[in-house]
Ligand binder design. Structure first.
Ligand code: GLC
Ligand code: CA
Length: 558
């Protein structure tokens, strides 16, 4: 098969609101991205994924779209967007945008009409969303249509008095779910997608793509995710988009879809399939959940890291896609804690070494990397002391939930500091000035105070910095064509080691990391005498002894 442009791309993910503020109103914007394109290019990335830039009331930072054809005033206007495309294309950088298909804002004109029987367009738009009457109980009481739980906590149903019925929202109540069984709605969505393609975007990251179909029998089940996730019919919708829009236009498309089986993954993104090019799965995320914690439950329950689980998941996906599709590689995105805090260490002594260990561990594997802004300098979780320092809509529903389950304020705050999505959303740390060089004005969410010593400017000047480690590894990926490397993992069950071999174009590499904060003794290093040490994140003292987070890359010529 001839290679497509997106197969050896390196993607840099920009969370617009927090990346770079060009006009000093405290909010990142499109001109801010333009200013930093040379920086992104200097990393070796050639594709930028920007988080939603559409007009929105910002209940969920733009994933709640009010107008698909308008740029949010927070970020600029359509001319700024076109300028971003032009400037990026001039520099050889592709731009992919977030495509939100599962829901709109409740302030979208479709929903305004849908919810109000007196609206002149009510009849057309009512069915664009998912409505259910209250459920009548035998004792005459009316309740919610089902007991399903929203991804952000609380019920998925919100009552609308004007129609005396409930609408479904699997995320926030300001994000009503669209009805993909409605053909007119699909036509409108397709016209919108075509419009952005015509404008010149190079692809899409398709948000929440496995949720488009629901179980319209609406059975009770708690949390009930299986009734609005990965139902077989959602593939029909994606196939339609793929065949008519994505593939004929040679776009890069990445579907966000957790929990796919190998068969289903190939249905989404196998080379023979026509839905997406690539898949974002979550198997390696949250490998440290403490199931015994019932006070801050689920992803909020921080436990010990299950290293075998992380390795097995990465190995699994490489294996699934080997010769059959294109794998993606990423540590985390805007929905997760910062990886260095999560799987490494954010204490002063081991921050840098653990960030490099994480980079070595992932970025010699095959696939298309997606580097999340700030990861390349080892940005950490937030240090917030006040609840109202947080911004995410999810934080507030879940905080109330924790308190109800018996958490103290401090226990709830610690869960948020450890796990909230806001951890990845604090302003980018460009330098050590007042707001970290992100803005001259108070940012929309507080800058992490460790910007004093974790920032781009300081790392630019240090050839051994985390930033320059990323640059070197990305350059290595290119020169050795590692996007297509053949890989073999070792010691998959070992609780500390992260150990694999990757065959590049000219050399075979063996990465050996100590993925833990304890000393590791590894007697069986999978290297022969003809291997030499190529890169390491600390000076090794003994061949078989690895300090906490120590990592080495050995190599030999073919
Ligand atoms: C995706 C996004 C997340 C958003 C949600 C609803 O999971 O990554 O940030 O809140 O969809 O659109
Ligand atoms: Ca701004």
């Amino acid at each position: 098969m001839t290679r497509k442009w997106w197969q050896d791309a390196v993607i840099y993910q920009v969370y617009l609101r927090s990346f770079n503020d060009s006009n000093n109103d405290g909010i990142g914007d499109l001109q801010g991205v333009i200013e930093k394109l040379p920086y992104i290019k200097s990393l070796g990335a050639n594709t930028v994924w920007i988080s939603p830039h559409y007009d929105s009331p910002m209940d969920d930072n733009g994933y709640d779209v009010r107008d698909f054809f308008k740029v949010s005033e927070d970020y600029g206007d359509l001319d700024d967007f076109k300028a971003l495309l032009d400037s990026a294309h001039d520099q050889g950088i592709k731009i992919i945008i977030d495509l939100v298909l599962n829901h709109t804002s409740d302030e979208h004109p479709w929903f305004e009409a849908a919810k109000d029987p007196a609206h002149p367009k009510h009849e057309k738009y009512h069915d664009y969303y998912i409505w259910q009457p209250p459920k009548d109980m035998t004792d005459g009481v009316q309740t919610l249509p089902t007991n399903w739980r929203s991804w952000f906590g609380g019920p998925v149903w919100e009552y609308n008095a004007l129609t005396h019925s409930y609408y479904l929202h699997i995320f926030s109540k300001k994000m009503p779910d669209l009805n993909w069984r409605n053909k007119n709605m699909i036509q409108d969505m397709m016209a919108m997608i075509q419009w952005w393609i015509d404008l010149g975007v190079d692809g899409f990251r398709v948000d929440a793509s496995n949720h488009l179909e629901k179980n319209w029998d609406f059975p009770d089940a708690y949390p009930g995710y299986e009734h609005f996730s990965s139902l077989p019919k959602h593939h029909d919708y994606l196939k339609l988009l793929g065949e008519q829009l994505f593939f004929p236009n040679n776009l890069m498309t990445i579907g966000e879809s957790g929990g796919a089986s190998p068969k289903e993954a190939l249905q989404y993104a196998g080379f023979d399939s026509k839905e997406f090019n690539m898949l974002i799965q979550f198997g390696h995320c949250w490998a440290d959940i403490d199931d015994a914690n019932h006070i801050t439950p689920g992803k909020w329950a921080k436990g010990t890291i299950n290293v075998p689980h992380i390795k097995q998941s990465l190995a699994h996906w490489i294996n699934v896609f080997e010769d059959k599709g294109q794998n993606t590689l990423y540590w985390h995105n805007h929905d997760h804690p910062r990886v260095v805090s999560h799987y490494g260490s954010d204490t002063f002594k081991t921050h840098e070494i653990s960030a490099k260990m994480l980079a070595y561990s992932l970025y010699l594997l095959p696939g298309t990397p997606i580097i999340y802004q700030g990861e390349e300098i080892g940005m950490t979780n937030v240090d917030y002391q006040q609840l109202n320092d947080f911004r995410d809509v999810e934080v507030y529903t879940e905080y109330a939930n924790f308190i109800q389950l018996g958490a103290t304020h401090e226990v709830a705050m610690q869960a948020l500091r450890d796990r909230a999505r806001d951890n990845a959303r604090s302003p980018m740390q460009w330098d050590n000035t007042l707001h970290g060089g992100f803005s001259e004005y108070t940012p929309w969410m507080a800058t992490n105070q460790n910007k004093d010593f974790i920032n781009v400017r300081q790392q630019e000047n240090d050839k051994n910095s985390i930033l320059n480690t990323y640059r070197n590894l990305i350059a290595l990926r290119k020169s050795e064509d590692l996007a297509f490397a053949k890989t073999q993992f070792y010691d998959l069950d070992h609780a500390q080691s992260f150990h694999y071999q990757s065959k590049g174009k000219y050399h075979t590499y063996v990465v050996i990391s100590n993925f833990s904060d304890q000393t590791m003794v590894l007697n069986d290093l999978k290297i022969t005498d003809d291997y030499t040490l190529y890169l390491s994140n600390t000076r090794a003292q003994e061949r078989n002894v690895f300090k906490p987070y120590e990592a080495r890359i050995y190599r030999k010529k073919h």
